[in-house]
Write a protein that binds this ligand. Structure first.
Ligand code: DC
Length: 228
């Protein structure tokens, strides 16, 4: 039997990290963890409590309640995907809205929030056999991951993909708003002080602007097989 490894997939928003990470986990029978969903769930909690909005962020109140926030994944038997649960409630759809996307980078910039979620992520991957995607997986969460991928694509390509995805889900969004969200999040995620999005020195960079989903999957699967 092949040994189990840790696969860290980082990169800019809407680069298709989760699509390829899910496909890999399925192929390898590994656990897939969407770390962004965890930051989104904490952001949704802050929104529901009225701690964060477009022009305010009551960090103190969020931190006071942080210990009571439970984030977990549970397999959805219909889709076979792991859905995000916030304090026992399925919030998989709620965390994917543009409203959450517009606020998540503000919440994710906080070190205390990050410390809580990074501890959970490390625990999830402690036995290896995990594919985790995010922004700091190869640089902070699993510095010793056997395979690190850094995904990139042009902002236009990413905004177009995200626009299609949200439209298909029936959300009323404009392309301009999505592009702005992509560009703003790139800026916030790369310039924050704690665990900014950067390519790990030992990560392999893939620009998938001109790659099909299948080509990308096969390219990364080959990289995995070289490590087994
Ligand atoms: O992967 P995503 O777009 O769903 O992530 C949402 C946000 O969460 C992203 O803009 C920044 C933050 N994030 C993070 O700071 N660290 C991670 N490991 C994953 C996501």
């Amino acid at each position: 039997m092949n040994k189990k490894i840790t696969i860290a997939i980082d990169g800019f928003s809407s680069t298709g990290k989760s699509t390829v990470a899910k496909e890999l986990a399925k192929e390898l029978e590994y656990i897939y963890v969407d770390s962004g969903a965890m930051y989104r769930a904490v952001t949704l909690f802050a929104m529901q409590e009225g701690f964060v909005g477009t022009s305010f962020f009551d960090l103190g109140s969020l931190l006071e309640k942080l210990a009571s926030i439970q984030v977990s994944f549970q397999i959805n038997t219909q889709t076979s995907n792991a859905d995000m649960y916030l304090n026992g409630i399925n919030v998989e759809n709620e965390i994917r809205t543009l409203e959450v996307s517009n606020l998540v980078s503000t919440v994710a910039a906080n070190s205390i929030v990050r410390k809580k979620l990074v501890a959970i992520q490390k625990e999830m991957g402690k036995n290896k056999g995990v594919v985790m995607d995010g922004r700091d997986i190869g640089t902070v969460v699993f510095k010793d991951a056997e395979l690190k991928i850094f995904m990139n694509a042009s902002a236009d390509t990413r905004a177009e993909r995200r626009y299609k995805e949200l439209k298909e889900k029936g959300q009323d969004v404009s392309y301009e708003d999505i592009l702005k969200n992509v560009v703003d999040r790139d800026h916030m995620d790369t310039t924050r002080v704690d665990s900014p999005l950067v390519k790990a020195e030992d990560a392999i960079e893939i620009d998938n602007s001109n790659l099909s989903r299948k080509e990308q999957f096969e390219m990364i699967l080959k990289l995995v097989q070289d490590k087994l």
